[in-house]
Design a protein around this ligand. Sequence first.
Ligand code: PGA
Length: 246
Amino acid sequence: MIHTRLHSNKQSAAQAVAREIADLIKIRSKSGKPTVLGLATGSTPLPLYAELIRLHREEGLSFRSVLTFNLDEYEGLGADHPQSYRFFMEANLFRHLDIPAANIRIPDGLAKDAARHCADYEAALRDAGGLDLQILGIGRNGHIGFNEPPSAIDSRTRRITLDALTRRDNAVFFGDSTQIPQGALTMGVATILEARRVELLAFGEGKAEIVARALNETPSAVCPATWLQHHPACTFHLDAAAARDL
Ligand code: PGA
């Protein structure tokens, strides 16, 4: 069952989710345990990352005990490519925190053997004890991570081909649409569902229709976000525009 939480704007949603993350880190680090976070890219989580940076700078929240696993990466893009998700995460979050570099994992878009790399990624996640909390956005086609339709409930970290709507939506970041990679590496639906908590953020009217579908449609691979209905602790954090069709 998915809980919905309506926020007055994306900043207040970001503050609420950042506070949950901060509380989790503090509770776990008190008992000497790491916190394992699943992180997302795209424009949606930017206010959340800005708030986490503020909590670090102004309230002394430390990320030394945090391990992170990003959802996905474009195939063929390395850390120095400005549109790679590795580059995005360094610029918008990691370089502003005290998280040790060794604690950060993002699928490697340049991996020679993608299948093996993805299996290793799943193993690293298991070795870390699984995800305590996963941050998600949602694509207008219902993707979570880059689990494009159709993505099965038992899908694992793998290489996928990006669909036309995703490539169109993300073209703005690349300037020249021919530069958008055809493929990506993404955690699977099953990988995401195993997170102990899932916090999905969606803002703006462009997300209203897909948010309503994710909450109301019978779960199926056609709209991968519907699989979240099977998660025991998933919250959709919405502004009024994204909640328009509920
Ligand atoms: P967005 O992307 O945050 O840029 O809207 C969300 C997603 O595709 O998951």
